[in-house]
Design a protein around this ligand. Structure first.
Ligand code: 7TS
Length: 407
């Protein structure tokens, strides 16, 4: 078993005081911190072999191309894609989902067709579908949520019909921590000849994901939430689907032959990567995957599961605490404390060096479903420990006392 305290030591940013207190970073669902190996890999690229990729014969360009394409191989193995052709580098989850909506969606939807979503989606997995629905005349349908923030498979079976062309669903909710039964939903979608697009922004960083086992048609995630740099993410797609899809960005890098009035595209995955790519980002993502593999994704998941159970147990001892979402969940806790506005609570915690997020978490329809304007959220990752939870609980108690006196 990996020693998680030695893992924590590899994140230089955590070793500092904020507002006179040791930093307690509990906002990894927004973005994770980066280990030294990732920071060094990005810096080494710029210091030692900064060059463009896929062009020219000079030595530095070869190193850069090897670094960039080597990262693609690592992503392929990490999610068990069957080929590097299925791994497209994007700017992040948002861009990946937009690519599917703009390309696959535009070509496969028409009036009378339906796109099925859940009511727990992040805006990134709602708005691209709203836009493509407006453009094509398709309609959106939403799978309802149970009281505990889960979905019922019977509801999926009812809502996914022969009219459904696309099911778009998050694997893990960034607000509720709900883990959706993607494999079962994929089976239901495929029975109706629909495709399933999975938002993996909150799953790939925290659990072992096997896209072939899930039978996902498309799967999107961001490097910055999994110890990698910002500005890079991945769109996985089944080769058979991607091959028939049109690129959404046109220009350098993605072409084969260009004539005055027409052009042809490179083969997969490059036809979807127009322009100079995010080279340092990809190299950093490759290093982040090495790092996560060394720790072991099963260890990451077990560690977070232990922390989140402990956090819920401790937080529930605070009077006036409401925690949203199911008991069996990923490593985050979204909550409200009576009498304390989440923004005030988060500001009070920040004065104690504790970083949590407050707001709608880019899930306004879900906030409406929960009948709240905003919530606070503590999210955990492999570098957090029980002391972080204790400091959070202590901070919440102090916050409650403080605001209790004010009101
Ligand atoms: N989908 C989910 C489920 C997410 O949690 C996020 C980001 C995204 C998509 C978008 O990812 P991006 O990398 O393209 O921006 N979620 C959050 C969050 O919960 N707090 O800040 C960002």
């Amino acid at each position: 078993m990996t020693n998680m305290e030695s893992v924590r030591k590899q994140f230089p940013i955590l070793n500092q005081e904020v507002n006179g207190h040791p930093l307690v970073y509990l906002d990894s669902s927004a973005t994770s911190q980066k280990p030294s190996s990732v920071i060094d890999a990005v810096s080494d690229y710029y210091k030692q072999y900064n060059s463009n990729v896929h062009r020219g014969v000079h030595t530095l360009g070869t190193y850069a191309t090897e670094g960039y394409e080597g990262a693609r191989e690592k992503v392929k193995d990490f999610i068990n894609a069957s080929s590097i052709k299925e791994v497209i580098f994007t700017r992040g989850t948002t861009t990946a989902i937009n690519t599917v909506a703009s390309s696959y969606g535009r070509d496969h939807l028409q009036s009378g067709d339906e796109i099925v979503l859940t009511k727990m989606e992040h805006h990134s997995n709602i708005i691209p579908w709203q836009q493509i629905a407006k453009a094509t005349g398709a309609e959106l349908k939403y799978i309802p949520l149970q009281e505990d923030g889960t979905i019922l498979i019977e509801d999926v079976e009812k809502l996914v019909t022969e009219r459904t062309k696309i099911v778009a669903m998050t694997h893990v909710s960034n607000v509720l921590g709900t883990i959706n039964p993607i494999k079962e939903v994929a089976k239901i979608a495929h029975k109706q000849n629909a495709v399933i697009v999975v938002d993996g922004a909150q799953s790939v960083p925290h659990m072992r994901v096997d896209v072939q086992d899930l039978d996902a048609d498309f799967y999107a995630f961001s490097a910055h939430k999994m110890c990698g740099p910002t500005g890079i993410g991945v769109l996985y797609g089944k080769k058979s689907l991607l091959e028939k899809m049109e690129p959404v960005e046109f220009g350098g890098e993605m072409i084969d032959f260009v004539n005055l009035h027409d052009s042809t595209w490179k083969e997969l995955p490059w036809k979807f990567e127009g322009g100079t790519p995010i080279i340092a980002g990809a190299i950093g993502l490759g290093k982040a995957i090495d790092f996560l593999n060394e720790v072991g994704m099963d260890n990451v998941e077990a560690h977070e599961s232990e922390l989140v159970s402990y956090a819920m147990e401790q937080m529930n001892t605070i009077d006036g605490m409401t925690i949203y979402g199911p008991k069996k969940r990923a490593g985050l806790v979204t909550f409200n404390l009576d009498d304390v506005h989440p923004h005030d609570g988060a500001t009070a915690l920040d004065s104690l060096g504790i970083a949590v997020r407050a707001g709608h978490h880019c899930a306004q329809p879900l906030m409406r479903e929960l009948q709240v304007a905003a919530t606070a959220r503590a999210s955990f990752y492999l570098y957090n420990n029980k002391q972080d939870v204790d400091l959070l609980v202590d901070g919440l108690k102090k916050t409650k006392e403080y605001f209790g006196d004010v009101f």
